[in-house]
Design a protein around this ligand. Structure first.
Ligand SMILES: Cc1cc2nc3c(=O)[nH]c(=O)nc-3n(C[C@H](O)[C@H](O)[C@H](O)COP(=O)(O)O)c2cc1C
Length: 176
């Protein structure tokens, strides 16, 4: 028997539980990316991100959103370019590392330099090197829209994330 759904309220006059709301959003399975950039001083910056989405095919546009509380907010606001690294199924440890607010996140992580000089996570499922085109402040996040200038990908199992847990695909099927 299926479980009864939990309901929550988002109206301003009602009690709102952001954590519970996050649980509701977490039922939507996503891939996992690490968004990377490099500061003018040459310091690589990156964080784990599953708010990535495609926006447009022509022009080639993608989006992701960053918490206003991120210590890297000003870095990404000022960056002319960023890269989306779509992680492969065997890169959970990379996701975990870049989801922490620690120094030297790139230490011990295999990386290559992209065509725009961006640090790219080696052996990812895909790399999208983007011009940092538009920023929209919305609620407690900033939405970044990137114009993809270069991309590369390989056929492999992607890393998935759902309800706070990592997952991999059990079987693949064609979309009808
Ligand atoms: C699977 C996963 C997805 C995440 N997605 C996002 C996201 O889309 N946007 C965001 O701001 N933080 C996201 N985070 C949290 C950041 O990775 C985390 O806060 C990290 O510490 C940010 O790095 P920073 O503190 O160096 O900026 C995610 C974390 C995980 C584990």
């Amino acid at each position: 028997m299926s479980e009864q759904p939990t309901s929550g309220a988002c109206e301003p006059q009602q009690v709102f539980d952001p954590r519970d709301f996050r649980n509701a959003l977490g039922t939507f399975p996503t891939g996992v990316t690490v968004v990377t950039m490099v500061t003018p001083e040459g310091v690589p910056v990156g964080l784990t991100c599953n708010s990535f989405s495609s926006v447009s095919l022509s022009p080639a546009l993608v989006l992701w959103s960053l918490s206003l509380r991120s210590p890297n907010l000003s870095n990404f606001l000022q960056a002319p370019h960023f890269a989306i690294n779509i992680l492969a199924a065997d890169q959970r440890d990379v996701s975990q590392r870049f989801a922490q607010s620690i120094a030297n996140k790139f230490e011990g992580v295999d990386q290559v330099t992209g065509k725009l000089g961006l640090p790219l996570i080696a052996n990812a499922a895909a790399h999208l090197e983007c011009r940092n085109e538009t920023r929209y402040y919305s609620g407690d996040h900033v939405i970044f829209i990137g114009h993809v200038l270069h991309y590369a990908y390989r056929q492999c199992q992607p890393l998935l994330f759902c309800s706070g847990r990592y997952a991999t695909m059990e079987r693949e099927g064609d979309a009808t």
